[in-house]
Write a protein that binds this ligand. Structure first.
Ligand SMILES: Cc1cc2nc3c(=O)[nH]c(=O)nc-3n(C[C@H](O)[C@H](O)[C@H](O)COP(=O)(O)OP(=O)(O)OC[C@H]3O[C@@H](n4cnc5c(N)ncnc54)[C@H](O)[C@@H]3O)c2cc1C
Length: 477
């Protein structure tokens, strides 16, 4: 199936010449996703720069029953923002919608931005006004606010500030039938019926095109302390988390788990990454304390908390960053993990959350079961331990055939997801469902929840034109 010439003409007719392209070279980067797992086809890219134009596009799509695929920075990891291989889906990019619409409001704790603004640009705008926008991901230089809202993105500061959903005060979106939902409020409290912004957040573009948002800002963080600790096992990492929370309260803003294999990969393959310790440990934790109080010295607080953790046997060794440069170097180890795995061959990846107390048992069982099934498989299990969120990745055995290993993705994931759900966890902590996990959602989600989700999709998008086939398969379409 391809896009019909009369449908193409109908889109062009409602847009100015800068707002669409049929140039294959311009379209090409939008057709492949970051992990190279999905390669799509589409012959037209729509790139409006205002909400009215988005609404006109959606109306044409709805009237003519043409599927639209919404894309922001294209850093999503579940294939949701890339058109399918059929060639019949029209690409709608929000990347030209980059205005900061609303300067910091009277109280200085909110910011209105359009959907195509990158997370990094929002962070910098907030910083320039002595404020903090706390959402932080390794992809923040490219990921957009619209994408972060649509995936309810998480990242490294969820422990203190929550996911994207808790950082939105108001939202503007074009609904699948073309109406504009004007919800750009700055209110912290608004109990006037169903909360559409919360529904659209995490809907992965299936219920509306997010065009702008009012974001919640926090006081800027003026002092930081970062440490890297070597541990003997994951149970100690959890004990250390509780210990640090008790000792440091809400000054603990990040707590990330890193395995030895992950540290070896980044030290070996990534520029300016080196193992900060002389002795090797099976597990590491990267943690950060921060405070908005300029006068607070956090290094002694962190050192003292780590010293008592060491006395109690939770920590084998620790390094506290002595400068901003060293702190950046420690964070680089964490942020380089995803990229570094590419150098070790194929990797089968999962984005899970578990009740924290089950994490050590999960890691032990999944590792044993997979070693039995694929001798030599190399687990690289890391992530946001403070949120119970593990990126449970499994790298091919050394020297194995990459394609043959990746062919086992479905089989291995079934085992990993079955164990996750058996232990009370979720098969998607922060990346979403996209196209990758539609079958998994069908298998594991509560049937009543699935049926309600389908009814919501049908009510808002009766012609199934927005991101069809993402999150839910819709029988009859
Ligand atoms: C190296 C790396 C690290 C990452 N780390 C994290 C992490 O720590 N935490 C985390 O949560 N994610 C992480 N991600 C995943 C990804 O970066 C986030 O999900 C991000 O929020 C996606 O933003 P985007 O603009 O790139 O969206 P895209 O990839 O363009 O789209 C993602 C989904 O949102 C939809 N969408 C995009 N824009 C809109 C819009 N305006 N309206 C409606 N729907 C829209 C798309 O259709 C698609 O379904 C990481 C990705 C990479 C590559």
């Amino acid at each position: 199936m391809t896009i019909r010439p009369d449908d193409m003409a109908a889109f062009k007719a409602v847009l100015d010449d800068k707002s669409w392209s049929t140039n294959a070279d311009e379209i090409a980067p939008h057709l492949v996703e970051w992990r190279d797992r999905y390669q799509g086809r589409s012959s037209i890219l729509l790139k409006p720069d205002n909400t009215e134009a988005v609404a006109r596009i959606v109306r044409v799509a709805n009237d003519r029953h043409v599927p639209l695929v919404v894309q922001g920075g294209n850093t999503g990891l579940v294939g949701g923002g890339v058109p399918d291989a059929g060639g019949g889906e029209v690409l709608l990019s929000l990347k030209r919608m980059t205005a900061v619409r609303d300067d910091v409001s009277g109280d200085g704790f909110s910011l209105g931005v359009e959907a195509g603004v990158t997370l990094q640009a929002v962070q910098e705008t907030a910083k320039a006004r002595d404020r903090l926008f706390p959402l932080s991901l390794a992809s923040e230089g490219t990921a957009t606010i619209g994408g972060a809202i649509s995936t309810n993105a998480g990242g490294v500061h969820v422990l203190k500030y929550g996911t994207m959903r808790s950082l939105i005060l108001g939202l503007e979106a074009v609904l699948p039938t073309g109406e504009i939902y004007h919800g750009l409020t700055r209110l912290h409290k608004d109990n006037t019926g169903y909360d559409l912004k919360s529904l659209l957040c995490g809907a992965e573009g299936t219920l509306g095109v997010v065009t702008a948002a009012t974001l919640k800002l926090y006081p800027a963080l003026h002092c930081h302390a970062v440490a890297f600790a070597g541990l003997k096992d994951v149970a100690d990492a959890l004990a250390l988390l509780a210990h640090m929370q008790e000792a440091c309260g809400d000054r603990l803003i990040a707590f990330e788990l890193i395995p030895r294999f992950g540290l070896e990969l980044v030290s070996c393959h990534m520029p300016r990454c080196r193992d900060p310790m002389e002795t090797a440990y099976p597990w590491y934790v990267l943690m950060e304390l921060a405070s908005s109080n300029q006068a607070e010295d956090l290094d002694p607080v962190l050192e003292q908390a780590l010293a008592s953790a060491h006395e109690k046997g939770m920590v084998q060794d620790a390094v506290v960053a002595a400068s901003e440069e060293q702190a950046e170097g420690l964070w680089r180890l964490r942020h380089s993990l995803s990229e570094a795995q590419k150098y070790a061959g194929g990797s089968i990846k999962h984005d899970l959350s578990l009740p924290q107390s089950r994490i050590p048992q999960f890691i032990q069982q999944v590792t044993e079961q997979l070693a039995h099934r694929v001798p030599g498989i190399r687990p690289c299990i890391f992530g946001h331990l403070g949120d119970g969120n593990l990126h449970a990745n499994f790298t091919q055995p050394e020297g194995a055939d990459k394609a043959a290993f990746l062919d086992r993705w479905a089989d291995i994931s079934r085992m990993v997801h079955d164990l996750t759900v058996e232990m009370g966890g979720s098969i998607s902590a922060e990346h979403g469902i996209g196209r990758m996990k539609v079958g998994d959602l069908e298998r594991y989600k509560d049937p009543a929840a699935l049926a309600a989700m389908r009814r919501i999709k049908t009510a808002l998008d009766p012609n199934n034109i927005l991101n069809p086939g993402r999150i839910l398969a819709m029988p009859g379409h």
